[in-house]
Design a binder for this molecule. Structure first.
Ligand code: BGC
Length: 255
């Protein structure tokens, strides 16, 4: 097992891609800290599955958009599990609105969770690694929209573009500490963030027309890449984005 003896914290892991990553890292041998907004039945169900696979785990609830919660999440994770080796910044939200209608509250909601929360959770994690003089792995769940425009989702694109530059910057700054940082950029994946799309045949057909593989991704398609980035198989990679999108990003044709 590639992750035996490691402890991973996965934000937003009560559902969707985060849940699949938590379960996959557990299957690879890691103990798992599950984080979500609430310690509810969904988070507890993921914890039960982690334990079924023979691993240790715990649930820590918090609001990622709140810096005090980000710091508490890392400190509490270390207190309960002894250490953290791998941080998966998965939690993310989006709001659909024309640019001229975006409210300050909606802008703050998206940027605070997707970018500020990731920034300060990562800062606390890095300080934990510095204090304990250990290497580590940071994996950010970005999006094809760190590159690709997504009209009516400008705050979301700004947050993901910000994540791209955060990762490139930190790759340089953290390399001397033995810490790697990489992004996974999913395309359209079957998760709750896409609930509206999945329930609208017209929207879905239009999206599938843009995906060369002609299907949405599954959370497990993303989780395998996270396991690779969490493992020593990716030790010489840092500052990179891996796209998991069925070909969506670079799709162009005139037929
Ligand atoms: C967004 C989805 C969107 C997908 C493909 C993801 O980052 O969260 O809403 O369908 O990108 O455009």
């Amino acid at each position: 097992m590639r992750l035996e003896g490691k402890v991973a914290l996965v934000t937003g892991s009560a559902q969707g891609i985060g849940r699949a990553i938590a379960l996959r890292l557990a299957a690879e041998g890691a103990d798992i800290i599950i984080d979500d907004r609430a310690d509810d039945s969904r988070a507890e169900e993921v914890l039960a599955k982690v334990k079924e696979s023979g691993r240790r785990g715990c649930v820590i609830a918090g609001d990622l958009g709140n810096i005090a919660d980000d710091r508490r999440m890392i400190a509490e994770g270390v207190r309960q599990m002894g250490k953290i080796d791998i941080l998966v910044n998965n939690a993310g939200v989006e709001k659909n609105a024309s640019f001229w209608d975006v409210t300050e509250a909606d802008y703050d909601f998206v940027l605070d969770i997707n970018l500020k929360g990731t920034f300060f959770a990562t800062q606390s994690f890095v300080n934990h690694l510095r204090e304990t003089k250990r290497p580590g792995k940071i994996i950010n769940l970005s999006s094809v929209h760190e590159e690709l425009p997504f009209p009516h989702f400008t705050s979301y694109c700004a947050s993901k573009g910000g994540l791209k530059m955060m990762t490139r910057n930190l790759a340089i700054e953290l390399a001397p500490l033995g810490i790697t940082i990489n992004n996974i950029a999913p395309g359209a994946i079957e998760t709750p963030i896409n609930a509206k799309l999945l329930n609208s045949p017209d929207l879905l057909a239009a999206l599938l027309g843009n995906i060369p593989m002609k299907r949405l991704g599954k959370p497990e398609d993303v989780a395998g890449i996270a396991a690779f980035l969490a493992s020593s198989d990716s030790d010489y990679m840092t500052g990179t984005t891996l796209f998991v999108d069925g070909g969506l990003l670079w799709n162009y044709s005139e037929q």
